[in-house]
Write a protein that binds this ligand. Structure first.
Ligand SMILES: [Zn+2]
Length: 144
Protein backbone atom coordinates (compact mmCIF):
# COMPACT_ATOMS: atom_id res chain seq x y z
CA UNK A 1 0.00 0.00 0.00
CA UNK A 2 1.47 3.28 -1.24
CA UNK A 3 0.13 5.33 1.69
CA UNK A 4 1.81 3.02 4.24
CA UNK A 5 5.26 3.90 2.92
CA UNK A 6 4.31 7.60 2.79
CA UNK A 7 3.18 7.39 6.41
CA UNK A 8 6.53 5.78 7.30
CA UNK A 9 8.33 8.64 5.54
CA UNK A 10 6.30 11.24 7.46
CA UNK A 11 7.08 9.50 10.75
CA UNK A 12 10.80 9.65 9.89
CA UNK A 13 10.51 13.39 9.21
CA UNK A 14 8.95 13.83 12.65
CA UNK A 15 11.64 11.68 14.28
CA UNK A 16 14.37 13.69 12.58
CA UNK A 17 12.80 16.90 13.87
CA UNK A 18 12.78 15.38 17.35
CA UNK A 19 16.45 14.43 17.05
CA UNK A 20 17.22 18.09 16.25
CA UNK A 21 14.88 19.76 18.71
CA UNK A 22 14.47 17.24 21.53
CA UNK A 23 10.72 17.52 22.10
CA UNK A 24 8.86 14.69 23.82
CA UNK A 25 5.54 14.50 22.05
CA UNK A 26 3.48 15.83 19.17
CA UNK A 27 -0.06 17.14 19.67
CA UNK A 28 -0.83 18.10 16.08
CA UNK A 29 0.47 17.20 12.67
CA UNK A 30 -0.93 19.00 9.65
CA UNK A 31 -0.14 17.72 6.18
CA UNK A 32 -0.92 18.99 2.73
CA UNK A 33 -1.23 16.48 -0.10
CA UNK A 34 -1.48 18.23 -3.45
CA UNK A 35 -4.33 17.22 -5.75
CA UNK A 36 -1.79 15.73 -8.17
CA UNK A 37 0.32 13.99 -5.52
CA UNK A 38 -1.56 10.72 -6.00
CA UNK A 39 -2.16 10.57 -2.26
CA UNK A 40 -5.52 9.34 -1.12
CA UNK A 41 -6.20 11.37 2.01
CA UNK A 42 -8.37 8.80 3.81
CA UNK A 43 -5.85 6.02 3.14
CA UNK A 44 -2.96 8.17 4.37
CA UNK A 45 -4.85 9.11 7.52
CA UNK A 46 -5.65 5.45 8.15
CA UNK A 47 -2.00 4.48 7.63
CA UNK A 48 -0.76 7.18 10.02
CA UNK A 49 -3.29 6.24 12.67
CA UNK A 50 -2.44 2.55 12.31
CA UNK A 51 1.25 3.34 12.67
CA UNK A 52 1.15 5.91 15.46
CA UNK A 53 0.74 3.81 18.66
CA UNK A 54 4.08 3.67 20.46
CA UNK A 55 5.59 6.37 18.22
CA UNK A 56 5.92 10.14 18.53
CA UNK A 57 2.58 10.49 16.75
CA UNK A 58 0.75 8.56 19.46
CA UNK A 59 -2.12 10.83 20.60
CA UNK A 60 -1.47 13.48 17.97
CA UNK A 61 -4.27 15.06 15.99
CA UNK A 62 -3.62 14.50 12.31
CA UNK A 63 -5.04 16.92 9.75
CA UNK A 64 -4.60 16.30 6.06
CA UNK A 65 -5.79 18.80 3.49
CA UNK A 66 -5.84 18.37 -0.26
CA UNK A 67 -5.95 21.73 -2.02
CA UNK A 68 -6.67 21.89 -5.75
CA UNK A 69 -3.67 21.93 -8.04
CA UNK A 70 -2.60 24.96 -10.03
CA UNK A 71 -2.37 24.68 -13.81
CA UNK A 72 -1.86 26.91 -16.80
CA UNK A 73 -4.44 26.78 -19.60
CA UNK A 74 -2.82 27.55 -22.93
CA UNK A 75 -6.17 28.22 -24.60
CA UNK A 76 -7.30 30.72 -21.95
CA UNK A 77 -3.74 31.92 -21.33
CA UNK A 78 -4.42 32.05 -17.62
CA UNK A 79 -3.94 30.13 -14.41
CA UNK A 80 -6.71 27.73 -13.38
CA UNK A 81 -7.16 25.11 -10.67
CA UNK A 82 -7.76 21.42 -11.28
CA UNK A 83 -8.58 18.47 -9.02
CA UNK A 84 -6.92 15.76 -11.08
CA UNK A 85 -4.30 15.48 -13.80
CA UNK A 86 -7.07 14.19 -16.09
CA UNK A 87 -9.13 17.36 -15.73
CA UNK A 88 -9.75 19.68 -18.63
CA UNK A 89 -9.69 23.43 -18.18
CA UNK A 90 -12.62 24.36 -15.89
CA UNK A 91 -13.12 27.60 -17.87
CA UNK A 92 -12.98 26.56 -21.52
CA UNK A 93 -12.84 22.75 -21.47
CA UNK A 94 -9.50 22.63 -23.28
CA UNK A 95 -7.23 19.66 -22.60
CA UNK A 96 -4.22 21.90 -23.31
CA UNK A 97 -3.40 22.56 -19.68
CA UNK A 98 -0.10 22.28 -17.91
CA UNK A 99 -0.03 21.50 -14.19
CA UNK A 100 2.22 23.97 -12.37
CA UNK A 101 1.94 22.59 -8.83
CA UNK A 102 0.10 20.23 -6.55
CA UNK A 103 2.45 17.24 -6.71
CA UNK A 104 3.94 17.50 -3.24
CA UNK A 105 3.14 15.93 0.06
CA UNK A 106 4.41 18.25 2.76
CA UNK A 107 4.26 18.87 6.47
CA UNK A 108 2.48 22.19 7.06
CA UNK A 109 2.52 22.23 10.82
CA UNK A 110 4.01 20.21 13.65
CA UNK A 111 2.97 21.19 17.16
CA UNK A 112 5.35 19.71 19.72
CA UNK A 113 5.67 19.67 23.49
CA UNK A 114 8.56 19.19 25.88
CA UNK A 115 6.39 17.48 28.50
CA UNK A 116 4.82 14.03 28.48
CA UNK A 117 1.04 13.55 28.27
CA UNK A 118 0.95 12.41 31.93
CA UNK A 119 2.52 15.66 33.12
CA UNK A 120 0.15 17.77 31.06
CA UNK A 121 -2.90 15.92 32.35
CA UNK A 122 -1.76 16.49 35.94
CA UNK A 123 -1.25 20.19 35.33
CA UNK A 124 -4.59 20.56 33.58
CA UNK A 125 -6.44 18.81 36.42
CA UNK A 126 -4.75 21.07 38.96
CA UNK A 127 -5.63 24.17 37.02
CA UNK A 128 -9.25 23.13 36.69
CA UNK A 129 -9.59 22.36 40.41
CA UNK A 130 -8.03 25.66 41.42
CA UNK A 131 -9.93 27.81 38.97
CA UNK A 132 -12.52 30.19 40.34
CA UNK A 133 -15.68 30.30 38.27
CA UNK A 134 -16.32 33.78 37.03
CA UNK A 135 -19.60 35.07 35.72
CA UNK A 136 -19.12 37.17 32.67
CA UNK A 137 -20.70 40.66 32.78
CA UNK A 138 -23.08 39.68 30.00
CA UNK A 139 -24.51 36.79 32.03
CA UNK A 140 -25.56 38.94 34.99
CA UNK A 141 -28.32 40.56 33.02
CA UNK A 142 -27.59 43.96 34.55
CA UNK A 143 -28.09 46.90 32.30
CA UNK A 144 -26.13 50.02 33.18
ZN1 LIG B 1 -9.00 27.23 -20.63
Amino acid sequence: MHEMSLAGGILRVVEQAQAREGFKRVSRLALEAGALSGVEVSALRFALEAMSPGTLLDGATIDITQPPAAAWCMACAQAVTIQSRLDDCPLCGSAQIQPTGGHELKVLELIVHDDLPGDAAGDAAGDTAGATPQGSPASTGQAV
